[in-house]
Ligand binder design. Structure first.
Ligand code: 5GP
Length: 114
């Protein structure tokens, strides 16, 4: 068995991090190293899928739950507009191989992709 991911350890309370929202299958925390005024992570509770491509192929309904919680949190924490980022692969900046969405919002520069 591989080691539990950092997000599983947070979900199980082994590593302290406030769970700011939770549904049956998905939870959310604040990113420890925020890259925007609002930077949340929305994470399936199951660590079965390593990245968004595997999640979309294996459980599209769970991917839809991730997006729905991101939308709800963006409405609660900022103006409802947000960037949704899934880093996919180490060269794209993925460091945790338990699929998660970055939800970035609040004071993003207009029209910028960067
Ligand atoms: P990735 O680089 O895999 O796309 O995203 C992983 C994210 O998890 C990073 O933005 C990183 O700051 C965040 N992160 C890593 N360890 C922790 C932690 O212990 N607590 C929280 N809240 N975020 C973490």
């Amino acid at each position: 068995m591989s080691e539990p991911s950092i997000f599983t350890r947070i979900l199980e309370g082994e590593i302290p991090s406030e769970i700011i929202a939770e549904t049956e299958n998905v939870f959310a925390i604040r990113d420890i190293s925020p890259k925007a005024p609002v930077h949340l992570l929305v994470i399936p509770k199951s660590a079965e899928y390593r990245n968004v491509v595997e999640l979309a192929a294996g459980d599209p309904a769970l991917l839809a739950e991730v997006v729905a919680l991101a939308d709800r949190l963006a409405a609660e924490h900022t103006n409802g507009q947000f960037r949704l980022i899934f880093n996919t692969g180490p060269e794209a900046g993925q460091t945790v191989f338990h699929v998660h969405a970055h939800v970035l919002g609040g004071g993003l520069s207009e029209g910028s992709m960067g």
